[in-house]
Write a protein that binds this ligand. Structure first.
Ligand code: LLP
Length: 402
């Protein structure tokens, strides 16, 4: 698809997030089809991109939602996700969040510690309800990804080890207020190697078998998210290989296979557009200063993450430049030594693969308004979040001025 970047920036302003909804639909359908013949549910990980229109788009296709705060649960419901397709995960849930999740009757709460299980039981008891739960098992497998986004080792804060999980299931099964319906693992994000996922699935499936032997019947087998995408030259896991590995591991078990992809659905649907303010040369080092900053897209600063950067329509000999924002931090960059032609004021720079963990990790640092977000679908574009204003930012403070 050829995108009129210049026209879009003229229409909606800069900086700007753009998401290709047709691409998202294609990703959803491809993954769903790879599960053909199996009972499956794709729970989109809302944290990757929680714009209501993005969630709604996926909900219309039949997706569920994986949420990590009651705010995300509310977004999923507001966007039209069926309540029985919503799961609520995360290492720390407040009592009020647990209460609301139970009242809203979502599919299940995913628990990450014994202490949390006891809290959920207490809250459920007070409400006179039975809480459907799953337990996040930490299979102690190295996912071979960036340490900041790897979660499946015992040294990480996530989940509980197998023996503890088993004890928790036995306890939950006896409790009047807990109904253990699911099991879960998530070993990390941006995974490009299938082996650790497969190995984890086998370990967790064995636990399901041993639970079945003591008459604890697990219905949902949740393999988490983490399917890696192409930012640069990565080789992603083929969808079929992924679903077949999971089917193989769960052979003989009558379970619904559930997964929680975030990045897979939206990363490469998105791009971040920013305008060139000016160029500058410090003792031979070339900088391109743009109007977007780390507050808009923090992945390069935070993880040294690579995003492909292109200049639209500019021509001439390419020389390396650091593409940097206006924020008062040395870490405020989108790319280093990016080969770029000579650029002029208002030329457009496109930062690719920005649909996941882009806008959702944006902040107002330096009192910078969050960018607008637009959707492209069937050849048309539309606004799905207006640009923030200064007034939006100070609204919660102004009334307290003396
Ligand atoms: N399920 C659970 C339990 C998770 O913790 C995550 C992501 C997902 C699903 C979705 O993972 P995905 O399919 O998107 O890989 N901010 C980082 C990524 C953090 C991921 C946190 N957990 C980044 O920008 O790379």
């Amino acid at each position: 698809m050829s995108i009129d970047y210049k026209g879009l920036v003229e229409k909606y302003g800069s900086p700007l997030y753009m998401y290709d909804f047709d691409y998202i639909e294609n990703r959803y359908r491809t993954l769903k089809e790879a599960f053909a013949g199996k009972k499956s549910l794709i729970n989109y990980a809302v944290k990757a991109n929680s714009n209501l229109s993005v969630i709604q788009h996926l909900a219309k296709l039949g997706a569920g939602a994986d949420c990590v705060s009651i705010g995300e649960v509310r977004r999923a419901l507001d966007a039209g996700v069926d309540k029985y397709k919503i799961i609520f995960s995360g290492v720390g849930k407040r009592d009020d969040e647990i209460e609301e999740a139970l009242k809203r009757d979502i599919l299940m709460l995913n628990l990450e510690s014994e202490a949390e299980m006891k809290r959920v039981e207490m809250v459920a008891k007070a409400l006179g309800k039975e809480a459907r739960i799953s337990i996040r098992v930490n299979p102690n497998i190295d996912p071979q990804t960036h340490p900041y986004i790897s979660t499946g080792l015992h040294e990480n804060k996530f989940g509980v080890e197998i023996d503890m999980a088993k004890r928790m299931y036995i306890y939950a099964n006896k409790s009047e207020y807990l109904n253990p319906v699911g099991i879960h693992f998530h070993i990390g994000s941006q995974l490009t190697n299938l082996d650790p996922i497969k190995e984890s699935a086998m370990i967790v499936a064995d636990l399901v078998r041993s639970l079945r032997a003591i008459k604890i019947d697990i219905k949902f087998f949740d393999v988490g998210g983490g399917i890696g995408v192409v930012y640069d030259d990565e080789t992603p896991i083929p969808e079929r290989a992924y679903t077949e590995a999971i089917s193989e591991a769960t052979k003989g078990l009558d379970v619904t296979l559930l997964c929680e992809p975030g990045r897979y659905m939206v990363a490469n649907a998105g791009a971040f557009f920013t305008k060139v303010l000016y160029e500058k040369n410090n003792d031979g080092k070339r900088f391109v200063i743009v109007d977007g900053g780390m507050n808009d897209l923090i992945r390069p600063s935070l993880y040294n993450a690579y995003h492909k950067i292109e200049a639209v329509g500019a021509e001439g000999e390419k020389t390396p430049a650091d593409v940097v924002g206006p924020v008062c931090e040395s870490g405020d960059f989108f790319g280093k030594n990016v080969p770029l032609p000579p650029l002029n004021h208002n030329d457009i720079i496109v930062v690719q693969s920005a649909g996941a963990y882009g806008f959702t990790m944006a902040s107002n640092y330096n009192t910078r308004p969050k960018p607008a977000e637009i959707a492209l679908q069937g050849g048309t574009d539309r606004l799905i979040r207006r640009r923030e204003t200064y007034e939006d930012q100070v609204r919660l403070e102004k009334e307290f001025l003396e």
